[in-house]
Design a protein around this ligand. Sequence first.
Ligand SMILES: NC(=O)C1=CN([C@@H]2O[C@H](COP(=O)(O)OP(=O)(O)OC[C@H]3O[C@@H](n4cnc5c(N)ncnc54)[C@H](OP(=O)(O)O)[C@@H]3O)[C@@H](O)[C@H]2O)C=CC1
Ligand SMILES: O=C(O)[C@@H]1CCC=N1
Length: 269
Amino acid sequence: MTKTIGFIGLGNMGQAILKGMLTNGFTTANQVIVSRRNPEALVQIEEKFGVETTTDNRVVAKQADLLILAVKPNIYVSIMQEIRDYVKDDVIIVHIAAGISIATIETAFARPIKVARAMPNTPAMVGQAMTGLCFNDALNADDKKMVADLFASLGKVEIIDETLIDAVIGVSGSSPAILYMVIEAVADGAVKAGMPRQQAYQFAAQAMLGSAKMVLETGEHPGQLKDAVCSPGGTTIEMVTKAEEKGLRASILASVDAAITKSIQLTQK
Ligand SMILES: NC(=O)C1=CN([C@@H]2O[C@H](COP(=O)(O)OP(=O)(O)OC[C@H]3O[C@@H](n4cnc5c(N)ncnc54)[C@H](OP(=O)(O)O)[C@@H]3O)[C@@H](O)[C@H]2O)C=CC1
Ligand SMILES: O=C(O)[C@@H]1CCC=N1
């Protein structure tokens, strides 16, 4: 990859993407330029990743062939107004914000522009992202492949229709937050029984990882896998009974639905 990759904003998600793409060889540090407002944070970023930094978003806009907007959704439009006269003609804008449609980006640039909309998640930091990706019609096949390769370097990527992006936010963009809560709660149970906390996190997180791999690698229905853990009259069926009694499934479904609803509301604003 000989293209210059620019990041405007480099917080939690931007750093997860940058770390993933450098670790997995999608690009090299000398091909990346980053802007954000906080100069001390930029010094830390230079030290940690070896990339060029600036506080001037327009400097990044001028240099980038692929420009990743990794700021919060509420400032997307003002950032686009700030940079739109500086970006290269054939720049690819990579947009990762919840609640902002491709059409909003096209309108903000007020000219034909290549837009890739991605919804990754922070497990990109460890090469295990799940990303939903869609494009506008301005990208050619090579452009699409390049952006898909970028996200493939962070974990798994699936090309989706933009109509599914809100569902992706619920199922994988936001869901790590509640999956961490599940790990925390499962570990709390073990701590209650006397296990040291750090050890409990190891056990709980490995159980989550192993269960996820079982779903992905056996292709079996999650319900079948659950049934296989439940010995008749055993401990697990007691656990499952309590989880149902406490509304675990309904609560998770409602939580995912809340994230999706919020994403739809943000998009309609
Ligand atoms: N966190 C997640 O799990 C996911 C987040 N996303 C999306 O990623 C985007 C970023 O989220 P996240 O990384 O969590 O947010 P953070 O708050 O962690 O990062 C935002 C970044 O934007 C920078 N920033 C703020 N104002 C400006 C400005 N005017 N010019 C340049 N940089 C600016 C901040 O740095 P400074 O203050 O120094 O300017 C910071 O680096 C959001 O749109 C979100 O929807 C998508 C998928 C998952
Ligand atoms: O909380 C948010 O809005 C972002 C989008 C998906 C994950 N984090």
